[in-house]
Every structure is written in structure tokens, then in C-alpha cells.
Write a protein that binds this ligand. Structure first.
Ligand code: SAH
Length: 370
């Protein structure tokens, strides 16, 4: 275990039960870090908090327990059981793919687990072995198969609201699928009847399959990843939809959008769900310009009366900032939009009230007024 001693006067975030400890607060550290565990002490040596390694040079620790509460097997088991009980409450019918552990949101900071049918993927964001935690995981969640860490080449099939989806466990995109968009896919399914859908940054095309299930006339996936598009084709087949080459476009979305705008295309429903453009605070300005660029172009591709789903999964871009970006993108593109709904991740991605920064996904449903 590693023991971190804080600089004087740097414990206020711990008093507020914030689970993140940044390196700037630490005066010195001692001990062995091989078991992934961390203890935080004040300058006088009193125990303030304990948990796991943070996973980056800057984020030194992710804290599970505060004050004298021990970070032990009983606590971990309790948190796992509570996470499981929550899923029993919130996982919708005919759905076998969902998040079981959402790091800070389940008070299991540094642990992510997704269930894809009979296979669970457990990821330690701090890349520590933590064998005892894996054993507890098996015990509480009883997965038929368990993959620890990413990089496993296998795929796993699962269901979402009755649709057949596939997670590519090894491709480094999340744990192989974007479960966080489930409720927004459901909404797209509801809006899609008779519509022509353009799905930008499609990954494996789950928005398109949902739209087709809702009666969309056509759905086009655009992504730069050949592997993601190959899965997208397979997922359409698995759900009984025809596969037309023209509906899978491997391209850079920025370039593709410019061509579509130049050609005067108009779509009934556009989904724009880019990767996180801001990964650190210094990126936020550049990210805002990236979002504005892609949204300005997307907005002019929606016909009046049509719908745009605009998403951002950058935690550093607040909902207020994202709404401002939408507003200035609309101004610049000469379009007018109304906000139908502001949504986020589903309830299997709970948010810790101690750590509001962990709420990252923003999904705006907009309708083009003119
Ligand atoms: N909407 C998807 C998730 C999107 S993740 C879903 O619900 O499943 C972001 C996707 O953007 C990834 O598949 C990645 O391959 C793709 N991507 C990233 N940058 C891109 C670019 N410049 N042009 C096209 N695709 C890009």
C-alpha cells in the first residue's frame, strides 16, 4: 500500500468526500504501490481517506472511504451489492447489456464494469492488478465469463430493448460499446418512423439499427473506423435489416460533412455523437471550436422540421457551454432550432453528488424551426 501525506491545508476536498486526489495536494508518498491501494494522511499522520491509485500522474488517488472507515473487503462487497441492486431496479426489459459499475457514480472509483449478455468486462482505470477485487467481483456479480481489462479480441452479443447488438471487447472504444446512449437510442427509435437518418460518428451503428427498428426509411453510418463499420453491417443483418454498401461511409466526418453541405443534402434526422474532443482542461477551447464546426455543418443538413441529436461526451465541456456552442453554431449556419429535450446517460450510469464532474454525456434533441 502507498501512503500519501498531504501538504498542510490541502484536505478540504476530502472533507467534502470528493473522491479525487490530485498530485498538487501531496507533500510526499511512501510505501509500495504494487497492490494498487492508497491511504491518505494529514501532515500529522491522521488517516483521512483510502482507496485506489488514480490512474494518471496528475490524479494520484481515487478514494472509496473517508475518515476512519476502512477500505476493506466488507466495504467493497457492500458497494458491489448496492450497484447490483440498483441495476435490478433500472435495467429495462429485454435488455442484457448495461453498466454494472460506473466508477465514481457507484462509489467504486477507478472501477468500470459492463455486462454484455453472458460476458462482463471489468476495467481498472488505474491499471492495477487488484486480484482480491476481481475475486469479489466474481463472487457478487457471478458473470458467466469475465474479461479483466481491455484488449481482448473477442466479441459478445447482447440485447437492448429487444434489439441484437454486438460489443467488440478489444477495440479500445469504451469496453466495446456505448451503453451510455441506450435511452437516447430509444428516443431516436421513437422519432424515426419514415425518416431518412444520417448517423455521424456512428461507431457500430447502434443509433441506425434503433432508427430502422422504429421504421426509418434509411440510415447512413459515417465513421473513420473500418472495424466499427464492419460490425455495423453485421448488426443490421442480425436484426433482419438489409445491408446496402451506400449506407456505410468510411470517412473523416468533417470532410464528409463539407461535401454533403456543398451538395445541398437535407436529412430528416441527424445524429452527431463525436468522441470526447476535450480530454484535459487545456483542450477545452479547441474542443469547443471542434464541436461548433461539426455542429454548424450538421445543422445545415437537417431539413426544416427535422431533428438533430447533438451529443458531447467530454466531461470538461459543461451542459451550459455545450448549449452555448449549439446556439453559436445555429447562428453561424443561419438555421433556427428549438430544444426538445436535454438528456444524458441512462440510470445505469449514476452520478455521484460528491463528484458532479463525473457526469459527462450531454444529448440535446433539437428540431429545426427554419
Ligand atoms: N455514436 C456511437 C458512439 C460514437 S464514439 C454509438 O452510439 O455507438 C465516436 C466514434 O467516432 C468512434 O467510432 C470513432 O471511430 C469515430 N471517429 C472519431 N473521429 C472521427 C472523425 N474525425 N471522422 C469520423 N469518425 C471519427
Amino acid at each position: 500500500m502507498r501512503v500519501l501525506t498531504l501538504r498542510p491545508g490541502r484536505q478540504s476536498s476530502l472533507d467534502r468526500r470528493h473522491p479525487w486526489l490530485f498530485s498538487g495536494a501531496v507533500a510526499h508518498s511512501a510505501g509500495d504501490s504494487s497492490d494498487g491501494r492508497v491511504e491518505v494522511r494529514d501532515p500529522g499522520g491522521a488517516l483521512l481517506a483510502s482507496g485506489l491509485h488514480g490512474g494518471s500522474a496528475n490524479l494520484t488517488a481515487r478514494l472509496w472511504a473517508f475518515g476512519p472507515q476502512p477500505f476493506d473487503e466488507t466495504l467493497i462487497r457492500y458497494r458491489f451489492q448496492r450497484a447490483l441492486a440498483l441495476r435490478e431496479l433500472v435495467v429495462p426489459p429485454d435488455t442484457t447489456g448495461y453498466r454494472l459499475l460506473h466508477s465514481e457514480g457507484d462509489e467504486t472509483p477507478g472501477l468500470i464494469a459492463d455486462r454484455y449478455g453472458d460476458t462482463d468486462v471489468l476495467v481498472f482505470t488505474a491499471a492495477v492488478p487488484a486480484e482480491p477485487i476481481v475475486a469479489l467481483y466474481r463472487d457478487v456479480f457471478a458473470p458467466r465469463h469475465l474479461v479483466v481489462g481491455d484488449g481482448d479480441p473477442q466479441t459478445s452479443r447482447f440485447r437492448e430493448y429487444g434489439l441484437e447488438f454486438t460489443a467488440n471487447l478489444g477495440d479500445g472504444q469504451k469496453t466495446g460499446f456505448f451503453l451510455d446512449q441506450r435511452e437516447n437510442r430509444r428516443q431516436v427509435r421513437q422519432l424515426a418512423r419514415g425518416r431518412r437518418v444520417l448517423n455521424l460518428f456512428s461507431y457500430s451503428g447502434a443509433f441506425s439499427v434503433s432508427a430502422l427498428a422504429g421504421g426509418a426509411e434509411r440510415a447512413v453510418d459515417v465513421d473513420s473506423s473500418a472495424a466499427a463499420l464492419a460490425t455495423a453491417r453485421q448488426m443490421r443483418r442480425d436484426n433482419g435489416f438489409p445491408v446496402d454498401d451506400a449506407d456505410f461511409v468510411r470517412a473523416d466526418v468533417f470532410a464528409d460533412l463539407r461535401e454533403r453541405v456543398a451538395a445541398g443534402e437535407q436529412w430528416d434526422l441527424v445524429v452527431c455523437d463525436p468522441p470526447a474532443f476535450a480530454k484535459k482542461r487545456a483542450d477545452v477551447d479547441r474542443a469547443a471550436r471542434g464541436y461548433k464546426d461539426v455542429l454548424r455543418l450538421s445543422m445545415s443538413l437537417v431539413r426544416p422540421g427535422g431533428v438533430l441529436l447533438a451529443c458531447s461526451c467530454s466531461g470538461l465541456v459543461s451542459v451550459e457551454l455545450f448549449q452555448k456552442i449549439l446556439y453559436s453554431a445555429a447562428l453561424d449556419s443561419g438555421t433556427a432550432y428549438q430544444i426538445l429535450a436535454r438528456a444524458g446517460a441512462g440510470p445505469d450510469h449514476p452520478v455521484s453528488i460528491y463528484c458532479p464532474e463525473s457526469e459527462y454525456l450531454k444529448a440535446f434533441f433539437l428540431v429545426r424551426a427554419r
